[in-house]
Design a protein around this ligand. Sequence first.
Ligand code: 23J
Ligand code: MN
Length: 263
Amino acid sequence: MNTDSLLGQLGAKLASGAVEVVDLSGTLGPDTPILQLPPDFAKNTPRVEIHKISEYDADGPFFAWNWMVLGEHTGTHFDAPHHWISGKDHPDGYTDRIDPQKFVGPLKVIDCSQEAAADPDFLLTADAVKAWEAEHGEIEPGDWVVMRTDWYKRNHDEALFLNADEDGPHSPGPTASCIEYLVGKGITGWGSECIGTDAGCAGGMEPPFPAHYLLHQANRYGLASLANLDRLPPTGAILVAAPLKISNGTGSPIRALALVERG
Ligand code: 23J
Ligand code: MN
């Protein structure tokens, strides 16, 4: 093995397990939590369906395969700029046209797990990001930044995950000025463990759904329903988050991965 080159060294460390691949995705299936928009929006994404074509039977004597019903914005997924009205005019703002260089990059993890446990409506502010930077170093152009809340531990139960009552959904997320600050730092994208990139209460913010509005306006990307962020260091991991190459796609389920150096 050529360990003179950076990728030769990486290959050796992947093979030995010194660099670990951490799975940041939840499981896709009929129980995957689905976003429920308020009743004034008539249409919602349907639940995931997995239909058998054959499994070594009369319909396929030596093969097993399925077909699926699957929304673009279902489970652990990628938000492309064309998903939001503020990002509608970016010519490369669709899943089949984004530069794949954007799908792999340095990952910064902001731990808000204690705050989110104490308050499901917890909002990460720009000042809190600046305090994180004072401890861990500046967020750099090209970084992916994700908010660790341990919310993924609820993803086995849709009601627990959406956490809605008569006032609407309650889940943590960023303020508008937090996203404005991160966009100004040149981040490639922002990710959350919750159903979307915004907080549950974000419909009432200015602008409404600021993570969606401000990220996609700036041709940046979102990741939602991430899992296992508690297995990542605050800095030093590499994210791999590639959407399916859906024609004119506004988003896509992903198998999100992180490369993490051990020891
Ligand atoms: C459509 C409308 C509102 C929201 C969303 C989708 C998402 O969170 C999403 O999956 O992008 S908030
Ligand atoms: Mn989405």
